[in-house]
Design a binder for this molecule. Structure first.
Ligand SMILES: Cc1cc2nc3c(=O)[nH]c(=O)nc-3n(C[C@H](O)[C@H](O)[C@H](O)COP(=O)(O)OP(=O)(O)OC[C@H]3O[C@@H](n4cnc5c(N)ncnc54)[C@H](O)[C@@H]3O)c2cc1C
Length: 287
C-alpha cells in the first residue's frame, strides 16, 4: 500500500487528483478500524495530519469556518460556547482517546447515518466545503449525504472545512445508545432555536439511510412557538413535534434496535430536547 504524506494543502489536492482512489486519513479512528478488520485494502492512504490549515478555525462573515481536521476535543474546549450543539454531540463521541484523534471532517468523510456530528450540523444549517485542484465548492450539509456512507464528494475532492453560524439561541443534542459511552447511536437528535429568524433547525441521526432534517416538525414549531412572549410549551405542541420528528425518520431493524423502537425513542428525544431548549430560551431569549 502506498502512503502519501503531503506537507501542504496544495500538495494534498494534487495527490488526490493523481490518486483518486487514495483514502484520506485524518484521526484514523474509522480508517484504522476498517483496515484492522480487513474490510478493505486501499491502494493508497493519503495522510492529512501534516496539513496545518486543516486544524485551524476562525470566523468567516456570519459563520465560523472550522477546518476538517479540528478534533472533537478542540470543538469542546475551544468552540463550546459558540457552537454548543456541536460541542454537546462531540462530548458524546467515543472516549477521550477517540475525541483527541477523531475529527468532524472524518465524521463527514465516513458519512455514516450514525455520525454524531451530523445532527447538530443539520440543525445549524452548516455548509460543507469541498476542494480539489479544480476549485472549491460549498454544499449545504442537508445535500451532502446521498446514502449510507456515501456523499456528493467526488473522488478527487477533499473536505477542507465546514461553516456553521454561531448559536443565536439555545441548542441541544441527545442520543440513545445501548450503553452510556463508547457506543454507536441507536438514534440521535439535535435541535437549534434561531430566535432572530423565528426558525427552528433539527437533525436526525441513525434513523434513516442518511442523517436528515425533520422539515415539517421545524415548520410547525416555528409557527407555534411564542417567540415574543415565551410561555411554557403545551403538551400538545411537544407531542406533535415528537410525532412529526418520528414521522420524518425511516429507520430499519438492526442489531442495535428495531425500527419501531427507534421511532419511539426519537419522539422522546425530540420532546425532551425541545423542552430543554425552550426552557433555556425562556430564561435567556436570544444571544
Ligand atoms: C472506539 C470508537 C468509538 C467511536 N465512537 C463514535 C461516536 O460515539 N460517535 C461517532 O459519530 N463516531 C464514533 N466513532 C467513529 C469515529 O471516531 C468518527 O467517525 C470520527 O469522526 C472519524 O474521524 P477521524 O478523523 O478519525 O476520521 P478518519 O478515520 O481519519 O477518516 C474517516 C473517513 O473520512 C475520510 N476523511 C477524513 N478526512 C477527510 C477529509 N479532510 N476529506 C475527505 N475525506 C476525509 C477518510 O478517508 C475516511 O473515509 C468511534 C470510533 C471508534 C474506534
Amino acid at each position: 500500500m502506498e502512503f502519501l504524506r503531503p506537507a501542504s494543502w496544495d500538495e494534498a489536492l494534487a495527490a488526490k487528483a493523481a490518486h483518486p482512489d487514495a483514502v484520506p486519513i485524518a484521526g484514523g479512528t474509522d480508517v484504522m478500524v476498517e483496515l484492522n478488520f480487513d474490510r478493505g485494502r486501499p491502494a493508497a492512504l493519503l495522510d492529512l495530519t501534516r496539513i496545518s490549515t486543516l486544524t485551524e478555525w476562525g470566523s468567516d462573515g456570519d459563520h465560523m469556518r472550522v477546518g476538517a481536521g479540528v478534533t472533537y476535543q478542540r470543538i469542546i474546549t475551544e468552540l463550546g460556547s459558540v457552537l454548543p450543539g456541536l460541542a454537546m454531540a462531540s462530548r458524546s463521541v467515543g472516549s477521550p482517546q477517540i475525541r483527541n484523534r477523531g475529527t468532524v471532517g472524518g465524521n463527514l468523510g465516513s458519512a455514516s447515518p450514525a455520525g454524531d456530528a451530523h445532527p447538530p450540523l443539520l440543525a445549524g444549517d452548516a455548509i460543507v466545503e469541498l476542494a480539489s485542484v479544480r476549485g472549491v465548492r460549498q454544499v449545504p450539509v442537508a445535500d451532502f449525504f446521498t446514502g449510507p456512507k456515501r456523499s456528493v464528494a467526488e473522488p478527487d475532492e477533499l473536505i477542507s472545512a465546514f461553516l456553521l453560524a454561531p448559536a443565536s439561541g439555545p441548542e441541544q443534542f441527545s442520543k440513545v445508545g445501548t450503553r452510556n459511552a463508547m457506543v454507536i447511536s441507536v438514534c440521535s437528535f439535535a435541535i437549534a432555536l434561531h430566535p432572530w429568524q423565528r426558525k427552528v433547525g433539527t437533525g436526525i441521526g441513525s434513523a434513516a439511510p442518511t442523517p436528515r432534517r425533520a422539515f415539517e416538525a421545524e415548520e410547525m414549531l416555528a409557527v407555534e412557538l411564542s417567540w415574543e412572549r415565551p410561555v411554557a410549551l403545551t403538551e400538545a405542541v411537544e407531542r406533535r413535534f415528537g410525532d412529526l420528528v418520528a414521522a420524518a425518520a425511516s429507520p430499519i431493524d438492526d442489531v442495535r434496535g428495531t425500527a419501531a423502537y427507534r421511532r419511539q425513542a426519537l419522539s422522546v428525544l425530540a420532546r425532551r430536547t425541545l423542552r430543554w431548549a425552550w426552557d433555556a430560551y425562556r430564561t435567556e431569549p436570544a444571544r
